[in-house]
Design a protein around this ligand. Structure first.
Ligand SMILES: [Ca+2]
Ligand SMILES: [Ca+2]
Ligand SMILES: [Ca+2]
Ligand SMILES: [Ca+2]
Length: 641
């Protein structure tokens, strides 16, 4: 990597650079760069003026002369070693920084709601193998079509359960009772899974008007078909989508425009419980260390699982078209999350994949059943400073209201979560530091994430679920902790974000080991709530209690005969007060989790829409008049031409 390239990227981090200087650099090629990167700041400033006008698309290049999965000195990718950030009580900021008297955004209603009936289990507390550390996702879906979102929480498992020596933990489906409480309906519904669950994606793959669920496990995956009577049947075997091995964050989307949802399944690591990864199996010890301390091994140094794209044949079966479509991941990158979304607005869903500790994938849909790998060309493969990151989850939303959908990717501690602004023409740029989002996320290890307008002011905010993978961090003075508080970043003006103070005693002050995160209006009151699936503990239900009298509109879409019935892939633009917001219907994205597919728009003080335009997956455009706001409107795509 040559110096001019570094300088060209470096202006991205100038904004907050003085606060984020690595305290010291660990060894390894990617980290030497960090020291270099800081030194070239001044060079970067000098070159900035000349570069800005000359800089074309922000294409990235694969690291030259550096094998992506070799060389580095630990099992994960980070940005460097940072000095601990502590609060006034000397607590690491990841488990402190609470602010008395700050406005409360989320109330933790886990107990009152009955969600504490669920308890997640993932191996042992020591977390000595990689499979015990990632944890599981959560889905919000209205499985019984009563108009209220229900909650599906995946569970983990144990090595003993894999060997049949003890019962496997059970997933839980919780029915929304419409009164703030939820009832466990898992037994009747038949969705206990009882395999090591990682990801879930909701999609009505058979267009019968009832949401189905795909569950990504270690071992065989499930396709839970909704039987319309409160029960599901696992049809994965018949459908041909069991996969096997270790699957993570799936997504549904109709990539070939036949009106039926297809399925993408990210693969993580090849894992054999009879042959645990470690020095005994030939893995260099460096892949089992973090900051010189022994930790679970991987993912780097381990063999990655490939990814799978399944074409929906329309008869209840699917065909694995991964290789032909060009998305099979022959490099064996460690996939954690994926999402189908149309990033270039050509009317065809593209595919983004968050990979752990290696470059991310962005695949452009070529409209002929195949995809072009534009990961580097688009700028989505690496961070703005040219590094691969330990990517965990993807948020999808147009935060700057320029009509182009942006992406936000969560990452490890000692690294920042990355905001990828969509510049158009298939280019993304890392605007994390300009947006004020870089520095505050560095101590945190982040997973589930979503763009949500928590205060209904018409600007998409960002929520991040946090928690570490190494229990031993609590015995170190690294400025990070096993259990961490979640983070909420308020969008100030479409370009800058500010962290919302964690009010003492509020949901943002919950110190938990969160993993999956799903977002949706659980109580149909116009406020987006959050459900977190926490590793080795009860989940968290964060009820949005903001009451600022801002107005809102939610839109539920029902696709016609040429679109998926649940309208995944649809795009809606809402214009009010001269400003246009964009919403995308998608499945998956956030770490292992799937959110409310109704689109939610905050309107601030406005009570009138100028325009609501729907771009259906079929290609049809439709303009709807909405006479009243503060409600959920259902729009059905007409079938006539
Ligand atoms: Ca329901
Ligand atoms: Ca269905
Ligand atoms: Ca596209
Ligand atoms: Ca945008």
């Amino acid at each position: 990597m040559s110096l001019p390239q570094l300088s060209e990227r470096q202006p991205e981090v100038l904004d907050d650079a003085p606060n984020m200087t690595p305290a010291k650099a660990i060894s390894g090629p990617s980290v030497i760069w960090l020291v270099l990167g800081f030194e070239v700041h001044t060079v970067g400033i000098l070159l900035l003026a000349s570069l800005i006008s000359a800089r074309p698309a922000r294409a990235q290049e694969p690291p030259i002369g550096k094998p992506v999965q070799a060389a580095p000195s630990t099992g994960v990718t980070t940005r460097g070693v940072y000095a601990p950030v502590k609060d006034a009580q000397s607590r690491p900021i990841t488990a402190g920084g609470f602010v008395s008297g700050a406005p409360v955004v989320f109330a933790d209603i886990t107990k009152q709601s009955g969600l504490d009936k669920f308890h997640h289990h993932s191996g042992t507390r020591e977390k000595s193998t990689i499979i015990e550390t990632p944890g599981s996702g959560v889905a919000l879906l209205d499985y019984d079509n009563d108009g209220w979102l229900d909650i599906y929480l995946l569970n983990g498992s144990t090595l003993n359960a894999l060997k049949g020596k003890e019962p496997a933990p059970r997933a839980m489906l919780l029915h929304n009772n419409h009164d703030g409480t939820f009832s466990d309906v898992t037994e009747k519904a038949g969705v206990a899974n009882e395999r090591w669950g990682f990801g879930v994606a909701v999609g009505d793959y058979d267009n019968d008007g009832w949401p189905d669920m795909y569950v990504a496990n270690y071992g065989k995956n499930r396709l839970y078909h909704n039987n319309h009577d409160g029960t599901f049947t696992d049809v994965a075997e018949k459908a041909g989508v069991t996969v096997g091995g270790w699957s993570a964050g799936p997504t549904w989307g109709d990539y070939d425009h036949d009106g039926r949802l297809d399925l993408f399944v990210a693969g993580y690591v090849k894992f054999d419980p009879e042959r645990l990864p470690g020095p005994a199996t030939g893995l260099p010890a460096s892949f089992c260390q973090f900051r010189g301390v022994r930790v679970m091994c991987g993912p780097r140094g381990l063999t990655g699982e490939g990814d799978h794209l399944f074409h929906n044949n329309g008869d209840g079966t699917f065909t694995d078209v991964s290789v032909k479509a060009g998305v099979s991941d022959p490099k064996g990158y460690y996939g954690f999350a994926s999402v189908f979304v149309d990033v270039d607005d050509d009317g065809w869903v593209d595919l983004a994949v968050a990979n752990d500790s290696v470059p991310n994938y962005l695949y452009h849909n070529r409209h002929d059943g195949t995809f072009e790998d534009v990961s580097y060309m688009s700028g989505f493969a690496l961070s703005g400073d040219g590094r691969e990151q330990a990517s965990m989850g993807i948020a999808v939303g147009d935060y700057d209201r320029d009509g182009k959908v942006d992406l936000y990717v969560t990452s490890f501690s000692d690294d920042y979560n990355t905001l990828y602004k969509n510049e158009g023409d298939g280019n993304f740029s890392d605007t994390s530091f300009q947006a004020g989002l870089g520095t505050p996320t560095i101590p945190f290890l982040a997973w589930g994430t979503g763009f949500l307008d928590f205060d209904n002011d018409g600007l998409l905010d960002i929520f991040v679920a946090n928690g570490h993978v190494y229990p031993g961090v609590d015995q170190q003075d690294w400025g990070t902790t096993w259990a961490q508080r979640p983070q909420l970043f308020r969008n100030l003006n479409g370009t800058r974000f500010q962290e919302v103070p964690p009010a003492t005693g509020s949901g943002l002050a919950d110190v938990i080991a969160a993993r999956g995160a799903a977002f949706g209006d659980l109580f149909n009151d116009g406020h987006i709530d959050v459900v977190l699936n926490n590793i080795d503990s009860a989940p968290t239900l964060l009820r949005n209690v903001v009451n600022n009298h801002n107005h809102w509109l939610a839109v539920k879409l029902i696709g016609g005969s040429k679109s998926p019935r649940d309208a995944i892939g649809a795009k809606v633009s809402v214009t009010a007060g001269g400003v246009t917001q964009r919403g995308d219907v998608f499945s998956g994205g956030s770490y292992g989790s799937s959110s409310d597919q109704r689109l939610h728009f905050g309107l601030g003080a406005l009570t009138k829409l100028d325009k609501l335009e729907i771009h259906w997956p079929s290609g049809r455009k439709q303009v709807i008049s909405v006479p009243e706001v503060d409600r959920i409107v259902t729009v059905t795509e007409p079938n006539t031409e």
